[in-house]
Design a protein around this ligand. Structure first.
Ligand SMILES: [Zn+2]
Length: 338
C-alpha cells in the first residue's frame, strides 16, 4: 500500500461565506508506510498523509509511452474537466509529461499514474498549446521541480486569457473540482524546435506557425516514432479552430512528410495510424474552407452562412453543434480578406 501527502484546499463559491473544498495531493511524499510519508512532511503547513487516491487510467501505446484518454465531451460536473488526452514518456533518467488537463486534480491523478510505472523524476511538463483543458493541471505535476515547456507564443497568449478560462470553467465543472487550480508558469519556451533527453531517449519539440491555436507544439519520441500532436489532430471530437484555417492546413501538409509511426491526438484515439490519422481533420478543414469560400462568393451574410458551412461533416464528429458554428465564423472572417 502506498501513502501520499495531501492538503485540504478551499475556494469561495460566491460572495458569501460558502466555500467548496477538495483534498489535494502534494506530490513527492509517497512512501510505503504511513510513518515513512509522515517523516517527510514539513511542519506547520497543514499537510497530512493518507492512502493513495485514484490514478488516471492509462494505456501503453508504445514501449514507455503512456496515454490517458479524456472523455470526448465538453467539460461538465460529471467528467470534472477530464476531456483531453494526457501522456507521459519514460526514459532511463527522467520522465516527460505531455499536457496536464483542465484542473489541478487531473495533474495530481496523472502524477499517481506516472508513479505506477516509474519512480524516476518528472523532468518536464510539456504543454501542446494554451487551451484550458491542456494547461491547468501543470502546476500540480511540476510541483517536484519539473520544467514547464511550451511554444514561445504561449505565455503571453495564456496570460491574456487565463482569468477568462478559469472563470468559465467554474460553472462547467464546479468549484470543488477547480480548487487549487492556477495558471502554470512556463519556465522554458520553444521558438522553432528543441531536443530534450530523458536518458537514452530523445524527444523533439517543434513549435508551429498559427494553426489550431497561435501556439501549437508537437512532441516526437524518436525511440518509437510516436508523435504527440496536441490539438493539431482531433479524432471523434470535431476539430475546433482558434487560430488560422489556412495555417492549420499548411501545418498538416508539412507534418504529413515527417517520419512518424503513430499519432496521439489531443482528443479521441488515444493512438491513430500514421498518416491516415491526419485525414479526417484534413477533410474537415478542406470542406470548411470550400463551403466558406462558396458562401463568400454568393455574397451570403455571416449569420446565414454559419448555419450550413461544413454541414456535410456533421455525421462524422461528436460535438458538431457546439463547435462547427464557431469554426465557420472563424473561417468566414479569415477568408473574407483573401
Ligand atoms: Zn485546443
Amino acid at each position: 500500500m502506498i501513502f501520499e501527502a495531501v492538503i485540504t484546499l478551499c475556494v469561495a463559491v460566491s460572495d458569501g461565506e460558502e466555500r467548496a473544498c477538495r483534498v489535494a495531493l502534494v506530490p513527492g511524499h509517497e512512501a510505503d508506510s504511513l510513518g515513512g510519508c509522515q517523516a517527510t512532511l514539513p511542519v506547520g503547513q497543514g499537510m497530512r498523509c493518507q492512502t493513495q487516491g485514484p490514478a488516471l487510467e492509462i494505456t501503453e501505446v508504445a514501449p514507455g509511452v503512456f496515454v490517458h484518454k479524456g472523455d470526448v465531451a465538453e467539460p461538465d460536473r460529471n467528467n470534472r474537466g477530464d476531456v483531453s488526452n494526457l501522456g507521459f514518456i519514460v526514459g532511463e533518467t527522467g520522465i516527460a509529461v505531455i499536457d496536464s488537463g483542465s484542473a489541478a486534480w487531473l495533474g495530481e491523478a496523472m502524477w499517481r499514474a506516472v508513479r505506477t510505472k516509474s519512480d524516476l523524476p518528472v523532468r518536464y511538463v510539456i504543454l501542446t498549446h494554451m487551451h484550458p483543458d491542456h494547461v491547468f493541471g501543470a502546476t500540480a505535476l511540476a510541483a517536484t521541480g519539473a520544467e514547464i515547456l511550451a511554444h514561445e507564443a504561449l505565455p503571453r497568449a495564456l496570460a491574456d486569457r487565463q482569468s477568462n478560462y478559469l472563470a468559465s470553467l467554474v460553472p462547467m465543472i464546479g468549484a470543488e473540482a477547480i480548487a487549487g487550480t492556477a495558471a502554470p508558469t512556463v519556465t522554458g519556451t520553444v521558438a522553432h524546435s528543441q531536443e530534450i533527453d530523458l536518458g537514452g531517449r530523445r524527444l523533439t519539440l517543434k513549435a508551429w506557425p498559427t494553426a489550431h491555436s497561435s501556439n501549437d507544439l508537437t512532441v516526437l519520441d524518436h525511440m518509437t516514432g510516436t508523435l504527440f500532436a496536441g490539438d493539431l489532430v482531433f479524432d471523434q471530437h470535431i476539430p475546433s479552430l482558434d487560430g488560422r484555417l489556412l495555417g492549420w492546413q499548411s501545418v498538416l501538409a508539412e507534418m504529413s512528410s515527417a517520419e512518424v509511426t503513430a499519432i496521439v491526438p489531443g482528443h479521441g484515439g488515444p493512438v491513430l495510424p500514421w498518416p491516415d490519422g491526419l485525414r479526417p481533420v484534413q477533410r474537415y478543414l478542406e470542406i470548411l474552407a470550400h463551403d466558406t469560400r462558396a458562401a463568400l462568393r454568393a455574397g451570403e451574410r455571416l449569420a446565414d452562412a454559419v448555419t450550413h458551412i461544413a454541414e456535410d461533416e456533421e455525421p462524422h464528429w461528436h460535438l458538431f453543434p457546439s463547435f462547427n458554428p464557431r469554426n465557420a465564423t472563424q473561417a468566414f472572417t479569415e477568408l473574407e480578406w483573401e
